[in-house]
Each structure stands twice: as structure tokens, then as C-alpha cells.
Design a protein around this ligand. Sequence first.
Ligand code: ITT
Length: 200
Amino acid sequence: MSKKKIKEIFIGSNNNGKLKEIADLLPKSLKIYSNFDFKIRSPVETGTTFAQNSLLKAKYFSKKTNKICMSDDSGIEIDILDKAPGVYSADWSGKKRNFNLAIKRVYKEIFKKDKNWKKKKITARFICVLTIFWPDGKFVSKIGKIEGRISNIKKGNNGFGYDPIFIPNGKRLTFGEMEPYKKYSIDHRSNAFKKIKKFF
Ligand code: ITT
């Protein structure tokens, strides 16, 4: 892996919520390319872990663009659902990426496990693996996590995906209710980013 600081990067993601959050974490002096500059379809995510899928995506986008690329594979693990949806978090939103649908499914699956779940603490965590892949084949991957619980109602319009139902430990608001900078100060993505920020 190059010791030289990265000056430009392609963010390999077709999820606009993620793209915005990653761009917000990166230094302002960095030249950022994304699917808004050249549209590249995402690869099929054949991995069974966040680490495998994160590497698979970063490598794929680097091969396509011949640029240094960063990818994010992330998701939510809900303990009572044996850590589902996990790496399949995006799939639960269907082909149209409808997160109302995904959240309905979460509530339905939790209810199937425990009819009284609303009175209990349903523990969960967000996980993110960020990978930087260089065109010479070197790469670095780092994981970040945030522990919390599932809110028994959907709250807030900020963020994306499962943000309206996730309450981080020690807070009362869901990620969907928090100001973006508050979410970034503690979330899984920024925890992973802290471990690779020396490359920028
Ligand atoms: P790319 O692969 O193109 O980046 P994707 O949406 O398919 O986009 P993933 O396979 O990594 O990405 O799926 C992760 C899903 O987990 C994502 O669609 C979100 O619904 C959810 N997720 C990850 N981080 C999240 C966050 O910070 N807030 C809310 N939901 C999040």
C-alpha cells in the first residue's frame, strides 16, 4: 500500500445515503469521484461477511476505474433475529430499496420471535467495513461498530436506511432524529473511518 497520501478517490457505492455520509467524513481537499461522475453498476455481493463484500466492491470499482477506490459494506444486526438482516440489510428493502418495507419486515420478524418485544430492550448494532483498494492490488479494510437497540416506533427523517429505528446506547434519539454531525460522531462508519484516515 502506498505511503503517499491519497489525493483523489472513487467512492464505489450506489447508495446515495452512504455516499453523502462518506463524503462528509473525507477531508474537503480530497477530489472525490462517485457514480454521479461515471455510472458503474454495483457488483453482485456474493460474500457472506461484511469484510468479504467490502473488499469485493472496492476491488471491482478499482478495476473498472483504474483509480484508488473506497467501498463500504454495512448493515444492522438484531440479536433476537440471530443477527439478521446483517449482510442482507439492503436485500430486506427489496429491489426498489424501499426502507419502509425493510423496517416493516424487521418489526414483523421481531414480533414473530416475541409478542411482548415492545416492553423489552431489543439489542442491535450497526457494522461497517470500509476498504480502500489501490490499482496496484494493495488494500486496507477496517471495521467499525455501534451498539444500540431497536426503537418500537419509527422516528425521524434524517439519515437513510434503518436510521429511524436505531437508538444508540446512551441516547434517547434514533439516528433518524439526530443531526447528521451527531450521528457521525459515534456511528459505525465514522468508527471504521478513524482507522483509515491516516491515508488521506
Ligand atoms: P452499495 O453496495 O452500492 O454501497 P448498498 O445499499 O447495497 O449500496 P450494502 O450492501 O452495504 O450497501 O447494504 C447496507 C445496508 O445497510 C444499506 O442499504 C442500509 O440500509 C443499511 N445501513 C448501513 N449503514 C447504515 C446507516 O448508517 N444507517 C442506516 N442504515 C444503514
